[in-house]
Design a protein around this ligand. Sequence first.
Ligand code: ZN
Length: 435
Amino acid sequence: MSNPSAEDEVVQLCSDLIRIDTSNPGDHSGPGERVAAEYVAEKLAEVGLDPKIYESHAKRSSVVVRIEGTDPQRDALLIHGHLDVVPARKEDWTRDPFGGEVADGCVWGRGAVDMKDMDAMVLAVIRDRLRQGRRPERDVVLAFLADEEAGGKWGAHWLVDNHPELFEGCTEAIGEVGGFSLTLPNDERLYLIEAAEKGLAWMRLIAEGTAGHGSMVHPDNAVTALAAAVARLGAHEFPVRLTKTVNAFLEEVCDATGIEFDPDDIEKTVRDLGPLSRMIGATLRNTLNPTVLDAGYKTNVIPQGATAHVDGRFLPGHEEEFFATVDELLGEHVRREFVHHDIAVETEFDGPLVAAMAAALKAHDPQARPVPYCLSGGTDAKSFATLGIQCFGFAPLKLPKDMDFSGMFHGIDERVPVDGLRFGVRVLDHFLDHA
Ligand SMILES: [Zn+2]
């Protein structure tokens, strides 16, 4: 029997990975990534590679392997994907979130777009190439990681801190949340390549006061102090700060749509983009969103403390401004500590790797218009950027015009078009020939 091609295999690989539940609730209470890591390692070993599983904690597993390139003079390329997914509640879904069913032209399930699709595409392409003896020119390091959905502490961060040697010689990387198509109302097809991402500051706010009886005069009330600070933070609107990536994105989109780019009224320009505005709006400024409140246990008891959680996101180059504003808004009775804190990243959108991504997209979709963009969320790119690696989001997918792709991330009925996966495989293969 002849070997299956990458396009034949990718759907099965994606379904198989979805069927392995790797829900990550944010602590170690989930199933972990061990079973998925073993699956991936086996698929890589089948084509002659020698992958290793690294465990940061019991069942919190990542897989790393280096494929030797034909030209040892060249720097290495890192391709990374995460194996964990956010949890899903079966009763909310049309189909089993861990069923990996193929129906209506899509593979369904948790992780279908975030990001077992890319894991499967990378596996399919690498397996196909190695079966045909088509080694890439440069070393390629593949990393399938644990814990991205909780900030990567037990995955990418842990590997970078404990096994930096695995990434030696890597100068560039591709990973998630980029390379997907977005069709504009005038049928222009953009492919958004991630070149920047906001930093994150998940903070716990703590107010301390004096406990007492709810019937008495009581000026030192922790709940009052906390509530006032939370309200100030939640209501604050940061000024628009146009980063070079968002600027480049807006110029491209305006050019594609004929909308006038008005540097003096960026918000209007973004509003005119229609459905795109929700995604791009968050990359115009720092943001603060209160998410959790916790205080007290009885109506007539004033508690001595109160806490809240706030999800803060800051733009590349604007972290200092962000924290100065937060501290001013907090006032003197409320302090903050980090639940999680990670950097913003931004890279130049030019050079040979960008050219290789663009050429691969155009080769398989002549209408493709690759554009850089800034992600409002975060990925494992943050960890790898600390090693000096230039990181891009490039997990190519050609999507139907009417698909709400950004709504699929962590959404109900997450699914990925089979045609999109096959397209992605062709693009990645082409990319590896020229990367
Ligand atoms: Zn993801």
